[in-house]
Design a protein around this ligand. Structure first.
Ligand SMILES: Cc1ncc(C[n+]2csc(CCOP(=O)(O)OP(=O)(O)O)c2C)c(N)n1
Length: 188
């Protein structure tokens, strides 16, 4: 499964959600499918996309939040999982695209390439719903189920270590920041 195909498969579900991604490949890929005002691409702050999603989910209980994370980012801040689990917002789905590498900076292997299991770590941290999927069909099903579950979910999707040819897009960081905030302000 490629991450781009996985994103395309669930893109239709993102229209009414608040979406936060990490920087780099996943941000560029989601934008290549089509940017929306409800998408925020967290730049630089590896490991903090789930924390940003948590803050939005807690402060806007009627919003449905989806976070698209990466294995390297989650590994850089494993405490983010314990904080997510501690507050356990029912309106947050945390997807970790696990390509077993730091793809956006050259593809150095991460600890998931030597056996660390992020879904198991999330479960041990107290996240009530966790799963690992390896095929597009399983990802689509698990993502749709997670949206319906009304329970904090960390869904680890094992994906190929491939990404876009470039990471610079036509959307600047500040433009994204203000547009996204205006969108959130309109959300109850
Ligand atoms: C704190 C911090 N350290 C390093 C970087 C540089 N950096 C940007 S993207 C990236 C790799 C992200 O890896 P992962 O989350 O696995 O996503 P992938 O690139 O594989 O899609 C790194 C190290 C950063 N942005 N922030």
């Amino acid at each position: 499964m490629t991450r781009l195909d996985a994103l395309k498969a669930v893109y239709q579900h993102l229209e009414s959600r608040v979406v936060v991604t990490i920087m780099g490949a996943v941000a560029a890929e989601l934008q290549s499918i089509g940017h929306r005002p409800n998408f925020f691409y967290l730049q630089h702050a590896m490991g903090l996309a789930s924390s940003m999603g948590l803050g939005i989910a807690l402060s806007k209980p009627d919003a449905h939040v989806v976070v698209f994370d990466g294995d390297g980012s989650v590994l850089m801040n494993l405490g983010g999982l314990t904080t997510l689990a501690r507050y356990r917002p029912r309106n947050l789905v945390h997807v970790v695209f696990d390509n077993e590498s730091l793809l956006s900076v050259g593809g150095f292997p991460t600890a998931t390439s030597t056996g660390s299991d992020l879904a198991a770590i999330a479960a041990a941290a107290g996240v009530p719903r966790t799963a690992t999927v390896r095929t597009l069909e399983d990802f689509e099903r698990a993502f749709a189920e997670a949206l319906e579950a009304n329970e904090l979910t960390t869904l680890v999707a094992k994906v190929e270590a491939v990404g876009p040819s470039g990471y610079v897009t036509g959307l600047t960081m500040l433009e994204n920041r203000f547009e996204f905030q205006r969108h959130l302000n309109k959300t109850s």
